[in-house]
Each structure stands twice: as structure tokens, then as C-alpha cells.
Ligand binder design. Structure first.
Ligand code: FAS
Ligand code: PHB
Length: 388
């Protein structure tokens, strides 16, 4: 079998890259380890930057988002009982779109089906070959049979635990990592959101986030120790802890209900450089991970895909400047998001080894955000996303 670009991973990165390349006449094959249903049941991100919204429209996969998504022009932050709002549109003229990653993935699969894109699900033992030559290939097993696909390029869109990054020799990779001493316990519930916009809460008991998917579907998170397991948390215990971490004026409005999804995600900041090695390009979580506090993970995947798809399309038109500059261009935007995600995570969470001085610095950071127009402008510009 032969194609132009082999895409490893059928999550948001892989699907969006396949969609943009195929619409420009570049042939791809997507290799996905899981079934489509498994991919579609994942509950992850909820906030899309303006660049991601535009890219989904460019890919022909934005109609349902436009109809069902919710533009948000600001968000709330709290410091114990004090609640204040950052108005994105007033400060930087932009908004974000609240629309779940699950729905984005569904829309991308539908768009891929409409153009007859090639996906192979349930692949195993994916192995990358000859990446430093002009004739790379990928072998894999499917239903007990061994297969090989030859191509011009390989796109590693297989997430943090995928095979692509590991296919780059350790001596040729430079990795940066910060692991946070806590995780996020997330709950999805068929209940109306507690507020009309997101609420990021800094409380002595720990961080909490009140988010949503739509008027009848809410997404909540609380910071928990890394030693916690999902089974340690009954629904009642979760709701009581969330209520304790929200200001009283917000907690009084909270409508609780049975959790329809409950999971704990660890938090880390991670970057692997470079994002190109020979004919292999890394996209999304395969190259970088951000703590979800800044709502950047999915959006960084989108900007990587924008840069790589533009570069590959230009390559087939005789211009290699895009693929040659891909890694540096993507990493410049990645590190800006890394900084923002780290800074908001540091400002909003309670760290086990936090000194009284650290605690006061957190309070001052939040006071600055609550009282300084300039501080709110910087927050708004970062939260709504830098230009792609
Ligand atoms: P993904 O991990 O989504 O997709 C990679 C795909 O590759 C998967 O389908 C996987 O099955 C497949 N794969 C892996 N290894 C393979 C192999 N060897 N062969 C073939 N296929 C392989 N971001 C936010 O902005 N906000 C959030 O709230 C948020 N919450 C998150 C919660 C969790 C638990 C996780 C893990 C991530 C969260 N993220 C969040 C980040 C998340 O949204 C990612 O940024 C986004 O999924 C990135 O998409 P991909 O790069 O496609 O990687
Ligand atoms: C979500 O709705 O899942 C979400 C929103 C904003 C974040 C993180 C997660 O910062």
C-alpha cells in the first residue's frame, strides 16, 4: 500500500490533519489503535480558541459547532469568597467557543466520511521505518495480519503515550517536563451549569473549575492528591467538596445530579523538541502536554495541524519552506501556551509544599488580575489564544 502522508492517531490532531490535507488533494491514511466508538466516548477539552474555530470551518467541519457551540466573552475567577470576572472581549476583542472535544471529534469523523478519507482502526504494533530517507514506511498488525504502507511523510498524531515521539532516538530529542503534585477529578453531569461562564476557583481546600458543554450538560473539576482514585469519590462527596470550594453566592446556585462520567487526569507540562525528525512530524499531544488549567491542549494541537497542513500542501506545490520551518514555528506558539498554562496552574492551585510566602504571592497575582486592566488584558489575550 502507498500514500503521500501516513497519519498515526485518529484523535483531533490526526483527524483534522487528514481532513485539511485531503481537501487540498493530498492523500493520507489514518492509523488508529482504538475503535471509532472508543475514540468518540472520550471526555476531554471544552474550550476552543478563535484559531481552532476558524480551522474547523476551513476544514468543512464547523457547521454544528456554529449552531450548537456557545461563544463566551469572559470567565470568572475566585479567591476564596471573592468572585471577579475577566471580560475577554472588552480587554482584547476576542471570545472563546465552548464546544466539547467529543463533539469536535464527531464532526471531524463525519466530515472525513463525507470525503471518503481512509482510516484503519484497531491497528497494533505500529512501527515507523526509514524516517531519515525519502521513502519512509509504517508497518502494523491488523486482525493478525502484518501490513506495510509506504509514503513520503509520517505525521505522529498519536498522543503522549504514542509510538511516534519514541521513534526519534533519545539523543536527538530534548525533553522538558514539570509534573504537578496533584490531579484533576472531573465529573460530567446532566445538570444546568452553575454560572453562565466558566468559574476558576482558588480556595484553601484546593482548586475547582465549573465548566459546561451546553445548557443541560455541566463539567466540573476539583484538584485532588495524586494518591486519590476515582473510586474514593462518591457523587455526594464530590458535590460537597465542589460546593465547599466555590464562593457562597455561586455554591447556592449549584444543581447536582448523578455523574455520567468521572475520571482523574494527572497534570504535567511537557515539550519534546524538535517536532520534526527526517520525514516524521509530531503534532499535538505527541509533542507537548499542558496542564488543562489554561484550556490549551486541544488548541495547540489545532495550531500544529494548521502549520503542518499548510507546509505539506505547499511541499506538493514545490515549496518546502513550510515543512522546513514547521518545528520552530510550532514551538514558538507551544512555549507561549506552556507559560500561560503553567502560570494559571501556579496561581490557582494549592501546592502541598507551598510556603506562606508562596501563598501570599498567589493572593497578589489574583489581586492584580482583579484590579489591573493591564493584567486582565494579558490574561484575556492568552486565554482567547494568540494568532495562529
Ligand atoms: P489524543 O491523545 O487525543 O489522540 C491520540 C490518538 O492516537 C488516540 O486516539 C490514540 O488512541 C491514538 N494512538 C495512540 N498510540 C497509538 C499507536 N501506537 N498507533 C495508533 N494510534 C495510536 N485539553 C484541554 O484543552 N482541556 C481539557 O480539559 C483537557 N482535558 C484532558 C483530559 C485528559 C484525561 C487528557 C488525556 C487530555 C486532556 N486535554 C485537555 C488535552 C487533550 O484535549 C489533548 O490536547 C487532545 O486530545 C490532543 O489531541 P491529539 O494530539 O489528537 O491526541
Ligand atoms: C472543560 O470544560 O473540560 C475545561 C474547560 C476549561 C479548562 C479545562 C477544562 O481550562
Amino acid at each position: 500500500m502507498r500514500t503521500q502522508v501516513i497519519i498515526i492517531g485518529g484523535g483531533p490532531s490526526g483527524l483534522l490533519l487528514s481532513q485539511l490535507l485531503n481537501r487540498a488533494g493530498v492523500a493520507t491514511v489514518v492509523l488508529e489503535r482504538q475503535s471509532r466508538d472508543y475514540v468518540l466516548q472520550r471526555i476531554r477539552a471544552g474550550v476552543l480558541e478563535r484559531g481552532t474555530v476558524q480551522l474547523l470551518h476551513d476544514a468543512g467541519a464547523g457547521a454544528r459547532m456554529a449552531a450548537e457551540g456557545h461563544p463566551h466573552h469572559g470567565c470568572y475567577l475566585t479567591q476564596d469568597q471573592h468572585l471577579f470576572r475577566v471580560d475577554f472581549t472588552e480587554r482584547c476583542g476576542h471570545a472563546v467557543m465552548v464546544y466539547g472535544q467529543t463533539e469536535v471529534t464527531r464532526d471531524l469523523y463525519d466530515a472525513q466520511d463525507a470525503i471518503g478519507a481512509t482510516h484503519i482502526h484497531g491497528v497494533q504494533n505500529v512501527t515507523l521505518h526509514d524516517l531519515k530517507t525519502t521513502a519512509p514506511s509504517v508497518t502494523f498488525e491488523k486482525d493478525g495480519m502484518q501490513h506495510r504502507i509506504n509514503a513520503d511523510f509520517v505525521a505522529g498524531c498519536d498522543g503522549f503515550h504514542g509510538v511516534s515521539r519514541a521513534s526519534i532516538p533519545e539523543g536527538d530529542r530534548c525533553e522538558y517536563e514539570k509534573v504537578y503534585p496533584f490531579g484533576w477529578l472531573g465529573v460530567l453531569s446532566r445538570t444546568p451549569p452553575v454560572m453562565d461562564e466558566l468559574v476558576y476557583a482558588n480556595h484553601p481546600r484546593g482548586f475547582a473549575l465549573a465548566s459546561m458543554r451546553n445548557e443541560t450538560l455541566s463539567r466540573y473539576y476539583i484538584q485532588v492528591p495524586l494518591t486519590n482514585r476515582v473510586e474514593d469519590w462518591s457523587d455526594d462527596a464530590f458535590w460537597a467538596e465542589l460546593r465547599a470550594r466555590l464562593p457562597q453566592e455561586v455554591a447556592e446556585r449549584l444543581i447536582t445530579g448523578p455523574s455520567i462520567e468521572k475520571s482523574i487526569a494527572p497534570l504535567r507540562s511537557f515539550v519534546s523538541e524538535p517536532m520534526r525528525w527526517g520525514q516524521l512530524f509530531l503534532c499535538g499531544d505527541a509533542a507537548h502536554i499542558v496542564p488543562p488549567t489554561g484550556a490549551k491542549g486541544l488548541n495547540l494541537a489545532a495550531s500544529d495541524v494548521k502549520y503542518l497542513s499548510d507546509g505539506l500542501i505547499a511541499h506538493y506545490a514545490g515549496d518546502d519552506s513550510g515543512i522546513d520551518g514547521y518545528s520552530d514555528r510550532a514551538l514558538r506558539r507551544v512555549w507561549k501556551a506552556m507559560r500561560f498554562s503553567w502560570s494559571v496552574t501556579t496561581m490557582m492551585h494549592r501546592f502541598p509544599d507551598q510556603s506562606p510566602y508562596d501563598q501570599r504571592m498567589q493572593q497578589v497575582e489574583l489581586d492584580m488580575l482583579a484590579t489591573s486592566t493591564a493584567a486582565r488584558q494579558v490574561f484575556a489575550e492568552n486565554y482567547t489564544g494568540h494568532d495562529f
